[in-house]
Design a protein around this ligand. Sequence first.
Ligand code: AMP
Length: 280
Amino acid sequence: MEIITAVEALKTQSRQWRSKGKTIVLVPTMGYFHEGHLSLIREGRRQGDILVVSLFVNPTQFAPSEDFDTYPKDFERDRRLAEQIGVDVIFYPDNNEMYPSEYKTYIEVSELGRKLCGVSRPTFFRGVTTVVLKLFTIVQPHVVLFGWKDAQQFIIIQRMVEDLNLDVQLIGMPIVREPDGLAMSSRNAYLSSQERKEATVLYSALQKVQSLIGEGVTEAAQLRSEMETIVRSAPSVRIDYIHIVSLHDLQQLDHVEHGKTLIGLAVFIGNTRLIDNIRV
Ligand code: AMP
């Protein structure tokens, strides 16, 4: 496994792979791997000839008040895990390599980036789409894997790929959970033991609506209120949003439409922000 830190070196390498007819697969990450990341990397290994995993804590997607400086890191462990799975290249640039001092260009998918998480994090998705498009240009992948854990991110990237006629195939991977249902996230490491216990309310709320929908309930207001009751039962949890929206354009729905609906929530537990969702 090779570790490449320079943009130009990886571009040159990717051009060579492409000229030899190799299929290039990319898994973008911010590192501090957990089973969620590893599920993407393992599937990525099956999807093509060359597997590139990028490991970059992207400063442009963090607001000044957010956890950029304290975001958890363990490069040696990540490197070992990637090697075990058979990753070919870890792309590990520093901030200056990705955003030199004269950097000015940002990609914004309008409207979609202002809904759900975009309300409390207004510049987040512009940072994500900017870095993802840069990664596409640098790695020149045929296939890219993302997790449905970040459902809005995936929907926005799908929109960007379609709108800009990008030649990549996107694969969305299922959410990997802890045994008690909490969606795996690098940020779970911030939770105290009491907060960790209370964090199970996100998935409990989603399971409750799933079963209500199974019983025939479709009214969004009723489903949202059931979720609120469950989430509010945890004293340290503060709701950022609970939304029932179209998977296509993230517009609020009055009624669940089977196969077309995203039910997502975001909460703060202490200073930690957690998200989760289901598709129904
Ligand atoms: P991150 O390092 O948090 O930016 O995540 C890198 C990729 O892993 C993104 O595509 C995430 O959606 C995906 N991911 C993160 N957590 C999970 C999870 N629990 N299950 C599946 N995919 C995940």
